[in-house]
Design a protein around this ligand. Structure first.
Ligand SMILES: CC(C)(COP(=O)(O)OP(=O)(O)OC[C@H]1O[C@@H](n2cnc3c(N)ncnc32)[C@H](O)[C@@H]1OP(=O)(O)O)[C@@H](O)C(=O)NCCC(=O)NCCS
Length: 184
């Protein structure tokens, strides 16, 4: 998010890092290893050009992107994007995320997202975050519910993904919701 970057938090098993140019080789290898995990839900950057575009977006003032890295091995475990951040009376944005094999399914995404949400509400001072998930994306639905997101409603033909306009379920979390949560 521009130049006013703050120190990033660390949890029991993982920490957050800003994506850097030097991450490219490891990032593209992690995406290539995780294609079956991501399809058909997300198309993560999988070429040098796509990674450069991701970095450029991550440095825009209306976006914050994190890599999640494991404390023990430093391996990349996933990516979190807060995109289209609007300040003023809205103080809100959209959440995107994906995990990387082999770290997936170990609770690292859950811990990394909790760290990122704490940073989002408590350090950046934002008020609301929205997550839109396809109705049959069971793992992502489970993850946002575990993080305390509230169900807001059904959005027909919401996003163009994998060649078609896909229905989504809309979830949101406010700073007040987050403050009252008892996460792990
Ligand atoms: C959704 C996604 C990010 C989940 O990643 P993940 O690495 O499986 O997430 P986590 O490991 O944090 O949590 C998932 C599992 O770990 C388990 N877990 C949680 N804490 C744990 C711990 N401390 N130790 C071991 N396992 C744990 C959870 O119970 C859960 O298992 P379950 O779903 O079988 O009950 C991943 O499947 C993915 O990248 N999907 C494709 C991208 C996508 O859909 N993005 C969102 C689009 S809206």
């Amino acid at each position: 998010m521009g130049e006013d970057r703050q120190p990033l938090p660390r949890g029991a098993r993982c920490f957050l890092a800003y994506p850097q140019t030097d991450d490219r080789t490891e990032f593209l290898a992690a995406v290539s290893q995780s294609l079956d995990l991501h399809a058909p839900w997300v198309a993560a950057p999988c070429t040098t050009q796509a990674f450069a575009s991701f970095l450029e977006r991550a440095r825009q003032p209306d976006q914050v992107s994190f890599l999640i890295r494991k404390n023990d091995s430093l391996a990349m475990a996933g990516v979190i994007n807060f995109s289209q951040i609007v300040r003023g009376l809205f103080q809100s944005s959209y959440l995107g995320f994906y995990a990387f094999r082999p770290a997936s399914g170990q609770g690292i995404m859950c811990e990394g997202l909790e760290l990122a949400l704490r940073y989002y509400f408590e350090t950046l001072g934002l008020h609301r975050i929205e997550a839109n998930v396809q109705p049959n994306n069971a793992r992502s639905l489970a993850l946002v519910k575990r993080l305390g997101f509230r169900y807001e409603g059904f959005s027909p033909k919401y996003l163009f993904i994998d060649g078609a306009w896909r229905d989504h379920e809309r979830f949101a979390l406010t700073a007040e919701d987050f403050a009252s949560l008892k996460l792990s």
